[in-house]
Design a protein around this ligand. Structure first.
Ligand SMILES: [Zn+2]
Length: 372
């Protein structure tokens, strides 16, 4: 294992901040996995999984069982981790710009196209090598005029040439669920099984370039661009893993989750040895365009009738919002049938707030598909 320190640029005068990455296994086999935790800085279950994963990776490395490089960034967002307002951590949005830390990663299609140009030929593996090199070069040239952009450039630079990218997050109150690219579902399904994911949300364009999509989208964009004239594989399985609710920070659970990630890497052949049999798939993947983010039209006290893991039918009441001044009770209903996979932690809400999400199988939304 070796440890690398990546100082952020454009930090406030007189301060210093860095991203720390831990590198396990051989870096010269052409295989690479990238795992980062807590891009939304105070989403901590993934950070604890990373802690347990470190020990597992060190053991695998000492046994000579790693067939590629595994890069682990346990604290992906030192900027957000330092943000606190009136005793409340603020890890989702950058206080300086108001931007979500998991949006606005650079799109690398054009700079990659400029590099691979006419170099792609009949061999898919050779093409993948060209594309990975172009991705590294394009990421290294991304603009960075603020500390936030410096963070984004550092993370995408570490991840962009990996064949597997896992971005470990959590939701408010939630079952374990995944987000990945629609063309990646076949590669992602074993991960969903080992982790016991109860929902997987698929999209090719979620809006505003979240991290996982920025890592993987260039492959399907390139494939569309060349239109089948030369083979372009889906060379990056990039997945956002939502490790349940934000308060579910439990060492035994984190140990099991780290074990499931190792099982998946074994199944994929990056860790030597036979993987355990694939567990059953708990739920089929569904389109992110079919996920209903139920919002409240009024403010008040939020009272849930249904919770994470419940199956909801169309029109079913999932919550009420109580206005104790008018005595009005507003019932919130789902527009789709599916699994309620995440809900809000707060119990006082303002008008317009999103209170829970239901993974339906029928697309009905368009535009920006992720919550703010
Ligand atoms: Zn998150």
């Amino acid at each position: 294992m070796h440890e690398r320190h990546h100082p952020l640029r454009h930090v406030p005068l007189g301060t210093a901040r860095e991203v720390v990455s831990f590198h396990y296994g051989p870096a010269d086999t052409g295989r690479k996995v990238y795992v980062q935790a807590s891009l939304h800085a105070d989403e901590l279950p993934g950070m604890l999984v990373a802690h347990h994963l470190r020990r597992r990776l060190l053991g695998l490395e000492s046994e000579g069982a790693l067939r590629g490089e595994v890069v682990l960034v346990p604290v992906a967002n030192p900027i957000g981790l330092a943000q606190s307002v009136l005793r409340q951590s603020q890890g989702r949005f950058d206080l300086a710009t108001g931007e979500n830390f998991n949006r606005h990663y650079p799109s690398l299609l054009q700079p990659v196209l400029a590099r691979v140009g006419t170099a792609l030929g009949p061999d898919e593996a050779v093409n993948a090598g060209f594309i990975r090199r172009a991705l590294r070069e394009a990421a290294a040239e991304a603009a960075e005029t603020t500390e936030l952009e410096s963070l984004r450039k550092t993370l995408i630079g570490l991840a962009c040439d990996a064949e597997v990218v896992l971005d470990l997050h959590c939701d408010g109150e939630s079952v374990l669920h995944l987000y990945t690219g629609t063309p990646l579902w076949g590669q992602c399904e074993p991960l969903a099984r080992y982790l016991g994911a109860q929902a997987t949300l698929l999209a090719t364009e979620s809006g505003d370039n979240p991290f996982d999509e920025a890592c993987s989208q260039t492959w399907w964009q390139l494939a569309a661009h060349v239109g089948g004239s030369v083979p372009v594989t889906m060379g990056c399985l990039s997945v956002t893993v939502e490790f349940r609710g934000e308060a579910e920070v439990s060492p035994p659970q984190a140990e099991r989750d780290a074990g499931a990630l190792v099982d998946f890497l074994r199944h994929r052949g990056i860790v030597a040895g036979e993987a355990p049999p694939l567990p059953p798939l708990l739920r089929p993947a569904t389109p992110l365009e079919g996920s209903d983010a139920i919002t409240t039209p009024v403010g008040g006290v939020l009272v849930f009738q249904r919770g994470p893991g419940d199956w909801i039918v169309v029109g079913e009441a999932v919550a009420e919002v109580v206005d104790p001044l008018t005595a009005q009770v507003t019932v919130l209903r789902s527009r789709t049938e599916g699994l309620l996979y995440a809900r809000e932690t707060r119990r006082f809400v303002h008008a317009g707030a999103s209170v829970c999400k239901v993974a339906g199988s029928v697309p009905f939304r368009s535009g920006k598909l992720l919550s703010a």
